[in-house]
Write a protein that binds this ligand. Structure first.
Ligand code: UDP
Ligand code: MG
Length: 318
C-alpha cells in the first residue's frame, strides 16, 4: 500500500481538488493507497470538507491537530500515522503534483529507498526564488551532512525509512534534514514546481525564518566554531597590534602627528582592550564547543543506523 501524507493549513479552496487528483493519479499506480490529510489547526472549512469526503471514502484518513503546530510538525504527524510500505509527502496546494509521483514510484521499485524531488523551476517571485537559492547553498555548506540542494519535503520513501525517521527523538523536526540523516539509498528527481492551485501561501515570513534556522542550527554547529576562529584571529591581530603600540610608546615615535605620550594612559588602555576582547571571544569559542556537543547529545539521535545484517543478530534481539 502507498500512503500519501499531506499537511494542510487553511486549504479549503484546494483540498477537494487535491483529493480528486490524488485519487485519480493513484488509480494508475496499480496499488492500494491511503491519503492522510493532517489538518494543522485550520481555522477555515478544511476539516469540515475533509470529514465530508472521508465519509464517502475510507481510503481518506484525517488527522486533525489541536492547533496550528506548523508544517514540519504536521508532516511528522502524517509520517507517524502512515501505514504503507511506501510513503509519499505532498503539499496540499498542488505545487507538488500527484501525477508526478509515477516516475518516483518507478525509482522505488528499481531499488531506491528514498526518491526526493529537486525543483528545477519555481513559479514564485524573484526575491523568494533568490532567497531559497542562497539558503540551500548556505545550508549545504554548513551542515555536516550533504543535504540535497533545492529539495523540500516532496518525496517518496520506503516504509522502513519512515520508521527510522519516526524513531528519531528530536522535537524541532526539520524533516528534509532528518530524511537525509537516516541515509539508505537515496536519489533525486527533478520536477517543475507548480504555482499554488488556490489560496495564499500559508508560510508567513516568520515561519519561514524558523524553518531556515531549524535547518541550519539542527544540522550544524559550525557557527559556534566560528566564534573560536574569530577569537583566535582577533587574538593574533591583537598581539601584533600590541607590539606596534609598545614600540610606538618606547621609541616615542610620532606618526601622522600622533604620539602615544600625548595621551596619557592610551597605550595601557589599548593593550588591555585588545587583550580582553580576544580572551573573551576565545573563551566564548570554548563554551561554544561544549554547547555544540551538548546540543548534539540532547538531540539523542542514534549513533548509527543499520541497513542490513549478514550472519549477525541485532544486539537488542539477542
Ligand atoms: N502548512 C501547514 N502548516 C502551516 C503552514 C503550512 O500545514 O503552519 C502546509 C500548507 O497547507 C501546505 C504546505 O504546508 O500544504 C506548504 O505551505 P505553503 O504552500 O504555504 O508553503 P510554500 O509552498 O510557500 O513553501
Ligand atoms: Mg505551497
Amino acid at each position: 500500500m502507498i500512503s500519501i501524507v499531506v499537511p494542510a493549513f487553511n486549504e479549503e479552496d484546494g483540498i477537494a481538488e487535491l483529493y480528486r487528483r490524488v485519487a485519480a493519479a493513484a488509480a494508475g499506480w496499480g496499488d492500494d493507497f491511503e491519503l492522510i490529510i493532517v489538518d494543522d489547526g485550520s481555522r477555515d472549512r478544511t476539516l469540515a470538507l475533509c470529514e465530508e469526503m472521508a465519509r464517502g471514502d475510507r481510503r481518506l484518513k484525517v488527522v486533525s491537530l489541536s492547533r496550528n503546530f506548523g508544517h514540519q510538525a504536521a508532516v511528522s504527524a502524517g509520517l507517524f500515522h502512515a501505514t504503507g510500505s511506501i510513503v509519499a509527502v505532498l503539499d496540499a496546494d498542488l505545487q507538488d503534483p500527484p501525477e508526478e509521483l509515477a516516475p518516483f514510484l518507478a525509482k522505488i521499485h528499481e531499488g531506491f529507498d528514498v526518491v526526493y524531488a529537486v525543483r528545477t523551476k519555481r513559479k514564485e517571485g524573484v526575491f523568494k526564488r533568490f532567497a531559497y537559492y542562497l539558503y540551500y547553498r548556505l545550508l549545504n555548506r554548513l551542515a555536516t551532512l550533504d543535504i540535497p540542494l533545492d529539495s523540500g519535503d516532496f518525496c517518496v520513501m520506503r516504509g522502513e525509512v519512515v520508521q527510522a525517521i519516526n524513531a528519531l527523538p528530536e522535537r524541532n523536526r526539520f524533516v528534509r534534514g532528518l530524511r537525509t540523516w537516516v541515509g539508505f539509498r537515496q536519489t533525486g528527481m527533478t520536477y517543475e514546481r507548480q504555482a499554488r492551485f488556490a489560496g495564499e501561501p500559508k508560510y508567513t515570513f516568520q515561519k519561514l525564518l524558523k524553518l531556515a534556522a531549524d535547518g541550519i542550527v539542527n544540522f550544524s554547529y559550525r557557527p559556534l566554531q566560528w566564534i573560536m576562529l574569530i577569537g583566535l584571529t582577533v587574538g593574533l591581530v591583537s598581539v601584533l597590534l600590541a607590539v606596534v603600540v609598545l614600540v610606538l610608546y618606547i621609541t616615542n615615535w610620532t606618526i601622522y602627528g600622533f604620539n602615544p605620550h600625548q595621551a596619557r594612559g592610551w597605550t595601557s588602555l589599548i593593550l588591555v582592550l585588545l587583550f580582553s576582547s580576544a580572551t573573551q571571544l576565545f573563551c566564548l569559542g570554548i563554551l561554544g564547543e561544549y554547547i555544540g556537543r551538548l546540543f548534539e547529545e540532547i538531540k539523542r539521535r542514534p549513533v548509527y543506523l543499520v541497513k542490513q545484517r549478514i550472519n549477525v543478530e541485532a544486539p537488542e534481539d539477542r
